[in-house]
Each structure stands twice: as C-alpha cells, then as structure tokens.
Design a protein around this ligand. Structure first.
Ligand code: S3P
Length: 434
C-alpha cells in the first residue's frame, strides 16, 4: 500500500484566486459520449485524474483513437453507436465507480464480451444496483456474489427498454440505464427518489440525443445516434468544495475560485454552506456545453450548525466529508441524515470522517444514515488515515488549517483520483500541505 504521508500546518489567513481541475463526472461522460458519437469531438478542461484516465484507457482499449492536443485538450475520434470493438483484456476501472457502473450499461448492449475489474476498494462496492435492472433489460452479466460485485463479465446481448424505479438517487444507476437504453429496443424510463446529478442528460442533449426529463425521472428512446460536438469541462464543484470550506473556516479569509460548474443538481454544497452562514457569492454566471458555470467568492465567517437531509443529500453527496469539517468548526450541532449512501462510497465515509474528527478532538455520534457533529472551539493536531479515500484525505487537510498543531495524514496518494494538484493548491492558498 502506498502510505505517502503528509503534514499539514494550521493556517492563519487566506487571500487568493484559484482554479480547480475539470469536473470528474463530466470528464467521464465526455469520453464515453464522444466515443459513441459520429465524428470528432475536441474536449477542453478534461480532468486527468486517475479515475478519468481509467475511462480514457478503457475506450482506447475498445478501439477509440484519442489524441492529446495542445493546452491539455483531447480530440476524440468518435466511432458511432456500433463502432466499439472488444477489448483484448480485462478493463481496469481502478478506483472508479462511475467508470464501472456506466460502462456496465454501455457494454451490456454491445455485440462483444467484456470484463470489468478494479482495485480492492471498487471490488467491494455494490454493483447489484446496476446489474439487476440491466438484467431486466436482457443483459447477461456475471460477477462475484451473484453479479453483485466486480469483476463483472458482460456478454453483450439484445436489450429491451424497461421502466425502472431506482431505490436510490444515483446518477450512476440512472446513467448506466440511459446508456443501455441507447442500445435497447423501445423506451427506457428511470424513476428515482430524488433527482441525482443530470450531467448525462445534459451531455446527451449536447450530442443531439432526445432525453425526456420529467418530475421524478427520465426517459430515452433506443437507437438514437450521437453527433460529435466540441465541449468544455467546467471546474469540479466537488474539488472547489474543499477550498470553499477552507475559506469559510479561516477568519478574515477571501478566496475566489474561478470557472466552477454550478449545475443545481451538484451545487448542494453552496446551499448547505449558506445555511451554515457562510458568505458565498456567485459571479460571472454563464453556460458551457449546457452546464451552468460561475466564479465562486467565499469569505471567512462564523458558521453555525444545521440539519441536512432529504433532497439536499444527493445534491451534495460527495461533499459530506468536507461538510463534516465545516460542522466541526461551526457553533452548535450539525445533524446529517438520509445519507446512508455515504457508507458505500470509496470507503465508509461516515465511519472514516468520524474517526478523523475524533482524533481532532470533535465529539461525533454516528447513525446508520448519517452523523451528529458538535462544533468545537479549537481542533487538535494528531495523526489520521484516509482509508485510501481521496475525499477523506483532502477533508482532513482542510480541517488541519484550523487545528492548534500540525496534522499528519497517512495514505494521501489517493488524492490523484480526482484532484492531482490538490497539495499545490493548498500550498498556494495557505502555505501549508508540505
Ligand atoms: C457520480 C455519481 C455519484 C457520485 C460519484 C460520481 C457520477 O455516485 O458520488 O462520485 O459521476 O455519476 P452515485 O450515483 O452512486 O450517487
């Protein structure tokens, strides 16, 4: 195991302007959809984190030519809906749940055989949530524990549209079924308990596909062709969230984060932080390839505890580790509920964040679907472990900015999953993270 350990020192002031790397969810979809399109797509702002490189390599392995242009741009030579070819080996999805789940849907309707695997964390995560509805569409997918865990062996087959009501608000489930739906005979309809991120719907429309969105769900007709069209990936709000919280918890801080995606299905962190009394302004609001984008200005403020649950949860699902840090620095108590999904992310994020915050001297109680965090006057230093989860490592680093002494963070190489330049940006704003 790579135990790259880092020490993060407390920070007294922040006054900076930064950018964050491209959105992870949109970057995955940019490769997948442009590969299926007719024609060439130039992509700018693509995130070259490990998760997205897993997706990129998977499509190269299936015969898609992807060129690297100047300025970090990619040129994807789309092969059309039926132009992929069988990969010669197992497709390695690394740590990436999005790669594995979306590709399960995409590969289910091909005319070839595929095997998807990944690292030890991904092989433990639940895949039944996609393999079960895909089987209803006619997919033939074998996997460990009766198809519930990777590796997954997918025997491409003829699919038929279904109407499926997902028990979880998951964009990965919804997107896997939309991708399978492109290959299915007839219409595929997915209902979900709360609206999950809608990047697939927006990008499919960008590529000329008709996707119906209605209260409670989405629907797609099979057989629609995608037409190539250049796109820009905005900065990732899930990466910006670490620095939004950093600025909110450091007294007198002022931080401008430029060019961040603020899609309402992703921007729950802005609403949560504002509820907590954070001073956040959106500037220069605009649209890029169907996605809302803005510059985010955050100033330090006195945060207060809040209760978070219901449809706010899927809109901020990846931000709860750093929300827990904000809660630890807030006056009063924060209750997070309806967030059972946190138990099946890259690690069990409820348990992992409780362990980090307890080391920092914060009183935390956990529940099956969330946690209660009692705000603390002064965080302590110490040693914590990321459990191999990028967002736990980065959240711990943000908490360290408000600790009395340095915090040692073990197993930090995982930040390359979604935010390879995190430590440089942390140093830029605070002089910490050496
Ligand atoms: C993602 C959806 C979310 C999120 C993940 C990325 C996506 O997962 O946690 O980091 O790109 O569709 P779920 O769909 O499982 O909630």
């Amino acid at each position: 195991m790579n135990i790259e350990k880092r020490s993060v020192a407390p920070c007294r002031s922040i006054n900076a302007e930064i950018t964050v790397p491209g959105d992870k969810s949109i970057s995955h979809r940019s490769i997948m959809f442009s590969s299926l399109a007719e024609g060439d797509t130039a992509i700018s702002g693509f995130l070259t984190g490990e998760d997205n490189l897993a997706t990129l390599n998977a499509f190269r392995a299936m015969g898609v030519e992807i060129e690297e242009l100047d300025g970090g741009r990619l040129l994807v030579h789309g092969r059309g809906l039926y132009g992929l070819r069988e990969a010669a080996d197992v497709i390695d999805c690394g740590n990436s749940g999005t790669t594995m789940r979306l590709m399960s849907g995409l590969l289910a309707g091909q005319k070839f055989f595929s095997v998807l695997s990944g690292d030890k964390y991904l092989r433990r995560r639940p895949m039944g949530r996609v393999t079960a509805p895909l089987a209803q569409m006619g997919a033939v997918i074998h996997g460990r524990e009766g198809g519930k865990c990777a590796p997954l062996a997918i025997v491409g087959s003829a699919l038929g549209g279904i109407t499926y009501t997902s028990p979880v608000a998951s964009a990965q489930v919804k997107s896997a079924l939309l991708l399978a739906g492109l290959y299915a005979d007839g219409k595929t309809t997915v209902y979900e308990p709360h609206l999950s991120r809608d990047h697939s719907e927006r990008m499919l429309r960008h590529f000329g596909v008709q996707v119906e969105s209605f209260d409670g769900g989405v629907a797609i007709e099979g057989g629609q062709q995608l037409r190539a069209r250049d796109l820009q990936v905005p900065g990732d709000i899930s990466s910006a969230a670490f620095f939004m919280v950093a600025a909110a918890i450091v007294p007198g801080a002022q931080l401008l984060i430029k060019n961040v995606g603020v899609n309402p299905t992703r921007a729950g962190i802005i609403d949560i932080m504002r509820l907590m009394n954070a001073d956040i302004a959106l500037e220069n609001e605009r649209e890029m390839a169907g996605e809302p984008v803005a510059d985010i200005l955050v100033r330090g403020s006195d945060l207060r505890g809040v209760t978070i649950g219901g449809d706010m949860v899927p809109r901020a699902i990846d931000e709860f580790p750093v929300v827990a840090v904000a809660a630890a620095c807030a006056a009063g108590t924060t209750v997070i509920r309806d967030a059972r999904e946190l138990r099946v992310k890259e690690t069990d994020r409820i348990a992992a964040m409780a362990a980090v915050l307890e080391t920092l001297g914060v009183t935390v109680t956990t529940a099956d679907d969330g946690m209660t965090i009692h705000g603390c006057e002064q965080l302590r230093g110490g040693t914590v472990n990321s459990c191999g989860d990028h967002r736990i490592a980065m959240s711990a680093a943000i908490a360290a900015l408000r600790a009395a002494e340095a915090l040692e963070i073990e197993d930090t190489a995982c930040t390359a999953t979604s935010f390879p330049s995190f430590w440089e940006t942390l140093t830029q704003i605070s002089g910490s993270g050496e």
